[in-house]
Design a protein around this ligand. Structure first.
Ligand code: SF4
Length: 415
C-alpha cells in the first residue's frame, strides 16, 4: 500500500513507548502504539496498473467477519492500541466488495470505541466501482475516501489500465461524479511517473477543475513485483525537481486553493523541532492484516512481498498468534534489528535524517535488497528533493516579505 492521505507518517508527539519484555537487543525499540490498521478486505483489484506492486491482485478472497473479530480481540488483548486508530481498507481495490461487506464488519469496531479508542474508517479506491449504496455506507460510518487518479486521461490511461489494456479514466470520473452527487468529500492520490512529471500544468489544472482540494503525489516506486520503474529513466530526478518547482508556483498563484500533501509534509518536517518519528521503522505503529488473517508491521507494503534474506514478512496470523508474542520470535527480531541498522546508518550518514527518520524499509528492501542500507531513489526524491524545493521557496518568500518574519510567517503568508 503506497501512502494514503491519512496515514500517520508524521506527527509531533514526542511520546516514547518502551517495553520491558524484550531481549537486550530490543531494549531501545519503541513498540507501538498502533495508529494505523490496514485491513485487506480483498487482495483483488479490478484493474491492472502498470506500476502496481501487489503480487496477489487476481485473488478474489475476502476477509471473513471472524478475521475482523480476531483482529479486534488480538488488539484488545495486546494493549498495543491506546489512542485514536485509523483503519484503512486497502491492499486491493476495496470497492469490488459491496457496501454490505462493510456494514457487516464496521460495527464490530464499536468494541474498540467502548474501550476508549476512537476509530476512523478510511479507504483508498480507484473510484471505478463507486455505487449509491457505497456512498450511503460512507456517510453512515463517516468513512474518509481517497481516490487514486493520475491526472488527465492521456496520462492516467497510460498507467492505470484494465486487464484488457484499455484505460480506466472514464470510469474513474464516473465514480467521482457519483461521490460528488452524494456530497462526499475526497482527497486524491496521483502517482507520478516519468510521463507525469513532464506535465505539471496539465495535472494541476485537472485537479483544480475537478474540484479536488487536497492532492498527494506518490512517486512510482520500485517495490514488490514492480521491479522496473519509469523513474529509473535518465534525468528523472531533475524532472521531478522541476515538477515540484512548477507546482509550487501554481499553488502559490492560487493562494493555496489546493493543498499539496508533499508541501505540507515538508513544511511540517522543517518546522518540527522534535526528533522525527518514523511510523515505518517502529514496530506496531502500523499493523497490516491480510484477508486471511496474516499480519505484518513496519511498512504496509511488506505484507505479501518477499526478499532474498527474509523470505516473507508475515509475522503471524490473527487467528493463531498473539501480536505481542510475535515480538519474541527470531523472525521479528531479525527484521527489526536489520531495520534498526538501516536507521542507525541513516542517522550517521545522511544530512536529512532529522526530517526523514530513516526512510521506508519497504523501499530499502526493494531497491537495495537489505533493510540495513541508506539511500533509495524514493528517499532521494520524496524526502531530499522535496525538502530542498520547499526550503528554497520558503527562503525566497522570506526575502520577498523583507526578511521581516520567521519561517512560520513565510508559510502562513501563502494561506
Ligand atoms: S533521506 Fe534516505 S538516506 Fe537520508 S535518512 Fe532518509 S532514508 Fe536515510
Amino acid at each position: 500500500m503506497r501512502r494514503t492521505m491519512l496515514e500517520p507518517d508524521h506527527w509531533g508527539d514526542p511520546e516514547k513507548q518502551r517495553s520491558s519484555v524484550f531481549t537486550p537487543a530490543m531494549a531501545n525499540h519503541k513498540i507501538g502504539p498502533v495508529k494505523l490498521l490496514i485491513l485487506q478486505g480483498t487482495p483483488f483489484c479490478n484493474i491492472n496498473c502498470r506500476y502496481c506492486y501487489l503480487p496477489d491482485r487476481g485473488n478474489k478472497g475476502q476477509m471473513a467477519v471472524e478475521t475482523v473479530t480476531a483482529t479486534i480481540d488480538n488488539l484488545l488483548a495486546s494493549d498495543l492500541v491506546k489512542g485514536p486508530l485509523l483503519i484503512n481498507w486497502h491492499a486491493g481495490e476495496p470497492l469490488v466488495l459491496p457496501a454490505e461487506f462493510y456494514r457487516a464488519r464496521m460495527p464490530l469496531f464499536d468494541r474498540l470505541e467502548s474501550a476508549g479508542i476512537p476509530i476512523t474508517h478510511s479507504l483508498q479506491t480507484n473510484a471505478m466501482l463507486v455505487s449509491d449504496s457505497h456512498c450511503e455506507m460512507f456517510k453512515e460510518f463517516g468513512v474518509k475516501v481517497g481516490v487514486s487518479i493520475d491526472g488527465p486521461a492521456e496520462i492516467h490511461d497510460a498507467q492505470r489500465q484494465m486487464r484488457n489494456g484499455r484505460g480506466s479514466h472514464k470510469q474513474a470520473l464516473d465514480g467521482i461524479a457519483r461521490l460528488q452527487e452524494h456530497g462526499i468529500q475526497f482527497n486524491a492520490i496521483c502517482v507520478l511517473s516519468d510521463l507525469s512529471v513532464r506535465h505539471p500544468d496539465k495535472i494541476y489544472s485537472f485537479f483544480k477543475q475537478l474540484g479536488v482540494r487536497a492532492v498527494g503525489f506518490n512517486i512510482e516506486e520500485i517495490e514488490g513485483i514492480n521491479t522496473h520503474s519509469s523513474i529509473t529513466s535518465p534525468g528523472f530526478d531533475e524532472r521531478y525537481r522541476q515538477f515540484l518547482e512548477r507546482l509550487w508556483e501554481l499553488v502559490e498563484a492560487d493562494r493555496g486553493l489546493i493543498r499539496i500533501r508533499e508541501f505540507d509534509d515538508a513544511e511540517g518536517r522543517i518546522l518540527d523541532t522534535h526528533p522525527r518519528r518514523n511510523s515505518q521503522t517502529e514496530p506496531f505503529v502500523n499493523l497490516t492484516v491480510a484477508f486471511n488473517g496474516d499480519f505484518s508491521t513496519f511498512s504496509p507494503e511488506l505484507l505479501g512481498n518477499r526478499s532474498t534474506e527474509h523470505s516473507d514478512f508475515v509475522l503471524g496470523n490473527v487467528h493463531t498468534s498473539h501480536l505481542r508474542d510475535t515480538l519474541r520470535t527470531d523472525k521479528f527480531q531479525r527484521i527489526s534489528e536489520e531495520i534498526e541498522q538501516g536507521v542507525t546508518a541513516c542517522r550517521s550518514q545522511c544530512a536529512y535524517f532529522e526530517v526523514c527518520g530513516g526512510g521506508n524499509p519497504s523501499n530499502k528492501i526493494a531497491e537495495n535488497d537489505s533493510f540495513a542500507t541508506t539511500e533509495t531513489s524514493n528517499c532521494r526524491n520524496r524526502i531530499k528533493t522535496t525538502c530542498e524545493v520547499v526550503m528554497t521557496r520558503i527562503e525566497d518568500r522570506m526575502r520577498r516579505i523583507g526578511n521581516a518574519g520567521t519561517v512560520e510567517d513565510s508559510i502562513q503568508h501563502i494561506r
